[in-house]
Design a protein around this ligand. Structure first.
Ligand code: ADP
Length: 302
C-alpha cells in the first residue's frame, strides 16, 4: 500500500485579460474551483492507477475541506488519515492571463498545522505501507517525523517541492529523492556552484553525494534520469502533444512510488512513471488529467 503525506489545497482559478497591478481591480471570468495540493494530487494519481492509497493531510472544517475529502473518496483514496480543523483549508488563488502566464498566492492554512504529533497518531497507516511519499508543502519538522516513523521495510520517496535545504536524516532516507532541475539547484545549494556543464548526469552525481539512496531528476519533455550507487540510467520521455503540464510531476512521483511498492526496480518504475506523466500532459488541469492504468497502456501502444 502507498501512504502519501502532504498538502491538500483548493485551487481557485480566474481567467483575466491582464493581471492587476497594486491598487488596481480587474474583472475576470467565472471562478473555477479545483481540488489540488501536491499531497492530494499524488494520492488521486496513484489511486486512479489502481494503487491502494491513503492520504495523511489536514484540511479546514469548511466547504473546501469537504471538497477535498469528497474528491479523494471519489478517486478511491482511504481518507481515514485526513484530519479536519485547526485552520482554514489551504488555498491557492490563481489568476491566468490569455498567454497562460499566472500569478499565484498560496495560503497554506491547515497544511501548516499538520504536525509531528499528527504523524505519530497515524502510526497504523505507516505499518500497512510499503512506500511512503511526501513533499514539502507541509512543515519540514512533520516530514522529519515521517522519516522517524517509517517501518524498517518501508521505502521513502520525497519530492522536495517547494524546495529548501534538507536535514541529513531526511536526505539519507530518500529512495529516491525526486527533483526537477530547479529543485535540484536548491537542494545542492553551494555545491551547485561547482557545476559548469549542462549535463544533468553531473547534477545526479552531486545529488547522490548528499546522501540519498537513489535520485531521480525529471527533465520535462526530455524524460528523466535515475541514479543509485549501482547505475545511472536515462529514461526517455513518451512523445505526446503537451496541452498542460500541470500535475505532470505529481503524477510521475505517485506512479513511481506505487510501482516501487509492487517490487519494480527504480528504472522500471521510472519508465512507467514517464508514461503516466506523458499521459497527464495531454489533458488540462491537475487531478482531472491523471490517467487510469488502461489509459497508460493504450498510450504506450499508440
Ligand atoms: P515538474 O512538473 O515537477 O517540473 P516535469 O515537468 O519534469 O516535472 O515532468 C515530470 C515527468 O512527466 C517528466 O520526467 C516526463 O517523464 C513527463 N513529462 C513532462 N512533460 C512532458 C512532455 N511535454 N512530454 C512527455 N512527457 C512529459
Amino acid at each position: 500500500d502507498l501512504l502519501v503525506v502532504g498538502s491538500a489545497n483548493a485551487d481557485l482559478v480566474i481567467g483575466v485579460e491582464r493581471r492587476p497591478a497594486a491598487g488596481e481591480t480587474v474583472l475576470g471570468g467565472d471562478l473555477a474551483v479545483h481540488p489540488g495540493g501536491k499531497g492530494a494530487n499524488q494520492a488521486v494519481a496513484a489511486a486512479r492507477l489502481g494503487a491502494r492509497t491513503a492520504l495523511l493531510a489536514r484540511v479546514g472544517d469548511d466547504a473546501y475541506g469537504r471538497l477535498l475529502l469528497d474528491s479523494q473518496r471519489a478517486a478511491g483514496v482511504d481518507t481515514v488519515g485526513m484530519l479536519v480543523g485547526g485552520a482554514p483549508t489551504g488555498v491557492a488563488l490563481i489568476t491566468v492571463d490569455p498567454s497562460g502566464d499566472n500569478s499565484i498566492v498560496v495560503s497554506p492554512g491547515a497544511n501548516g498545522r499538520l504536525t509531528p504529533v499528527d504523524v505519530r497518531a497515524a502510526g497504523c497507516l505507516f505499518h500497512t505501507s510499503r512506500v511512503v511519499s511526501a513533499q514539502l508543502e507541509i512543515p519540514l519538522e512533520t516530514v522529519e517525523e515521517v522519516v522517524r516513523q517509517l517501518p524498517p521495510e518501508a521505502r521513502f520517496v520525497l519530492n522536495p517541492s517547494p524546495p529548501r535545504p534538507l536535514p541529513t536524516a531526511v536526505l539519507a532516507a530518500c529512495d529516491p529523492l525526486i527533483v526537477n532541475e530547479h529543485e535540484a539547484k536548491v537542494i545542492l545549494g553551494e555545491a551547485a556552484v561547482s557545476i559548469t556543464s549542462d549535463d544533468p548526469e553531473d547534477w545526479v552525481r552531486l545529488l547522490l553525494a548528499k546522501g540519498p539512496r537513489s535520485v531521480v531528476v525529471t527533465l520535462g519533455a526530455e524524460g528523466a534520469l535515475v541514479a543509485s550507487s549501482k547505475e545511472v540510467a536515462r529514461i526517455p520521455s513518451v512523445p505526446v502533444t503537451a496541452v498542460d503540464t500541470t500535475g505532470a510531476g505529481d503524477s510521475f512521483t505517485a506512479a513511481l512510488a506505487w510501482k516501487l511498492g509492487t517490487g519494480a526496480s527504480l528504472t522500471e518504475a521510472a519508465a512507467y512513471a514517464a508514461r503516466v506523466g506523458a499521459a497527464a500532459v495531454t489533458r488540462r488541469g491537475a487531478q482531472e488529467s491523471f490517467p487510469t492504468a488502461e489509459e497508460v497502456e493504450s498510450l504506450c501502444c499508440a
